[in-house]
Design a protein around this ligand. Structure first.
Ligand SMILES: [Zn+2]
Length: 135
């Protein structure tokens, strides 16, 4: 989650903005929550569609995360599900630099958590791990 401050549109006080990705029925969407500590101004919004600039900022601040299946025998089935959910072909997902074949996807923490749950629905167990390429 990202936290920023802005001037409150109602009282010019300090408006706190919390923003992040959120799991929606259709996939990974976003939320933003605005709260003024001085007056009672308060707005909550969310959306179903991906927010590329929010995603970029989350990757920069929180690093890349990997989805790692527990059993290699599940690899092809896992890639297929990941590809369907992300609406790209499984072939495009296989990164040549991936040396650990248990890794089936990379992205933000919440995206990987969402995909982990999708795999679990098909009885494929996996875990979300921090990419070793992060500092
Ligand atoms: Zn205010």
């Amino acid at each position: 989650m990202l936290v920023t401050q802005e001037a409150c549109p109602a009282c010019q006080g300090s408006l706190e903005i919390l923003a992040g990705q959120a799991i929606q029925a259709s996939g990974v969407g976003w939320f933003r929550s605005y709260r003024c500590k001085t007056c009672d101004f308060r707005v909550e919004e969310d959306g179903n569609e991906p927010d590329p600039s929010l995603r970029e900022e989350l990757l920069n601040r929180q690093g890349t995360w990997l989805l790692q299946i527990h059993f290699l025998k599940d690899r092809l089935a896992a890639l297929l599900i990941v590809g369907q959910r992300l609406k790209i072909s499984a072939r495009d997902l296989i990164q040549p630099e991936v040396t650990d074949r248990r890794r089936v996807a990379a992205g933000t923490h919440l995206e990987m958590e969402w995909l982990r749950r999708c795999l679990l629905e098909k009885a494929i167990t996996a875990e979300v791990v921090r990419s070793p390429t992060n500092q």
